[in-house]
Ligand binder design. Structure first.
Ligand SMILES: Nc1ncnc2c1ncn2[C@@H]1O[C@H](COP(=O)(O)OP(=O)(O)OP(=O)(O)O)[C@@H](O)[C@H]1O
Ligand SMILES: Nc1ccn([C@H]2C[C@H](O)[C@@H](COP(=O)(O)O)O2)c(=O)n1
Ligand SMILES: [Mg+2]
Length: 192
C-alpha cells in the first residue's frame, strides 16, 4: 500500500462555493479540508513575521509566495493524522504555487484530480458581497482584483491540469445540494 498522501485540489473563482462543497465532502468522505486562504488568514492573525505581507496580498487579491503557503499546507497535513486524503482548496493558484508544490511535495503526494467549480462571475461576486464573514477582501475593489488574478493566473493552472486529463468540472450556479450530488458521483468514481 502507498504511503503517499492522497490529494484533490479544489479550484474555481472567488465565491464559486469551494469552502461550502469541501465541508460536505469532508463530512461524507473523510477527507480533510485544507483551505490555503484560511491557513493564510490564521497565520496573519497569529502575529507571524509574515502577517503584514499576507494582509497586503489578501487585500490586493495577489498571491502570497509559495514558500509560505506550501509550508502551512505541509504542516497542516502532518498535523492531521490518519485520513482518507486531503482537499486542498484554493491551491495551486498560480505558476509560483505550482512550481513550489512540485519541488517540495510532488514525491510525498498522489494528486488524484483537480475539482474545478465553475460559476459565472456576477453570481460569484454577489455571493461574496453577501457572505458576511467579515473578510477584508469581500468588497467590490478587492473582488475586481481577485477575479483578475483568477482569470490571468489561476485559470491557466486549471488548463495545465486539464491537459493532463486531471480536471473534473462541476457547474456551481445551482443549488448547493444539486452541486454536491454531482461532486459525490465524482468522488465515488475516483474510489473514495
Ligand atoms: N450553490 C450555492 N448557492 C447559493 N449560495 C452559495 C452556493 N455555494 C456557496 N454559496 C454561498 O456563497 C458564499 C461563498 O461560498 P464559499 O465561501 O463556499 O466560496 P469559496 O469558493 O470558498 O470563496 P472564496 O474563494 O472567496 O474563499 C457563501 O456565503 C456561501 O454560503
Ligand atoms: N494559494 C493561495 C490561496 C490564497 N491566497 C490569498 C490570496 C487570496 O485572494 C486570499 C483568499 O483566498 P480564498 O480564501 O479566497 O481562497 O488568500 C494566496 O495568496 N495563495
Ligand atoms: Mg473559500
Amino acid at each position: 500500500m502507498s504511503n503517499l498522501y492522497k490529494v484533490v485540489f479544489v479550484l474555481g473563482p472567488p465565491g464559486s462555493g469551494k469552502g461550502t462543497q469541501c465541508a460536505l465532502i469532508q463530512k461524507n468522505f473523510g477527507l480533510v479540508h485544507l483551505s490555503a486562504g484560511d491557513l493564510l488568514r490564521e497565520e496573519q492573525e497569529s502575529k507571524s513575521q509574515y502577517g503584514q505581507l499576507i494582509a497586503e496580498h489578501i487585500r490586493n487579491g495577489t498571491i502570497v509566495p509559495v514558500a509560505i503557503t506550501c509550508a502551512l499546507l505541509e504542516n497542516a497535513m502532518k498535523a492531521s493524522g490518519d485520513c482518507a486524503g486531503f482537499l486542498i482548496d484554493g491551491f495551486p493558484r498560480n505558476q509560483d504555487n505550482l512550481d513550489g508544490w512540485q519541488k517540495n511535495m510532488a514525491d510525498k503526494v498522489d494528486v488524484k484530480f483537480t475539482l474545478y467549480l465553475s460559476c459565472k462571475v456576477d453570481v460569484c461576486v454577489s455571493r461574496c458581497l453577501n457572505r458576511k464573514q467579515g473578510r477584508a477582501d469581500d468588497n467590490e475593489e478587492s473582488l475586481r482584483k481577485r477575479i483578475h488574478t483568477y482569470n490571468t493566473q489561476t485559470y491557466p493552472i486549471i488548463e495545465y491540469y486539464e491537459k493532463l486529463g486531471l480536471v473534473r468540472e462541476v457547474a456551481t450556479c445551482r443549488d448547493t445540494d444539486e452541486v454536491y450530488t454531482d461532486i459525490e458521483k465524482i468522488f465515488k468514481e475516483a474510489g473514495f
